[in-house]
Design a protein around this ligand. Sequence first.
Ligand code: C5P
Length: 217
Amino acid sequence: MKKRKNIITVAIDSPAAAGAGTQARYIAKHYNLLYLDTGKIYRLIGKLRIKYFEKFSYKFIKKKIDKININILDDSALLSNDIAISASIVAKDNKIRKIVKNFQYKCAYNPPKRFSGSVLDGRDITSVIMKDAMFKFYITANIKIRAKRRFLEFKKLKKKITYNEVLKSLKNRDYLDKSRKYSPLKKTKDSILINTSKLSKKACFMKIKSIIDKKLI
Ligand code: C5P
């Protein structure tokens, strides 16, 4: 695969609702990077699994993913809890992970020329997809704080779900993502740990920015 030279590459892994997406968006905006939320790809496949249960096969998924573009992923329907759970189920399958690898590599290492680089977040970005990224972060937060944040997001979207259901679902997804055989979520040794539990979004970004700027300058 073609790799663009001299680009800024940022890899982020995190459990669900730890604030990685928010930080990735800040990073992308500040450093003019392409942002790919890789969870959205698994969510899209999770949605296909629910919608086309009968037709759901590797061939079917490959056909859809070959036509994928980043704008398709900007779909608020992908944010539901049912789709998140379905995403965690399809993400266990290594054949499915292989199908989506190329698209992620392309975004990571060959972003469009108008961008100065890329930032990807997910579960296996620091460990598999962007092993040699210039910057690697593991973003996490206390489970109850994550559940509260996700619950408030769902409330804003007028989704009917209780705090306890969100907490249970996050615990279940953490378990599935950390214990699976292929590409489990883990903090790699070379990733910098950022705990967002007690930090505001802005404070957290300032911390990340100071780490990036130190190396860039
Ligand atoms: O980040 P998000 O909650 O949208 O991800 C949905 C699910 O997709 C995760 O729970 C995980 O199972 C899967 N995922 C993954 N690898 C990634 C990104 C997401 O397995 N790089």
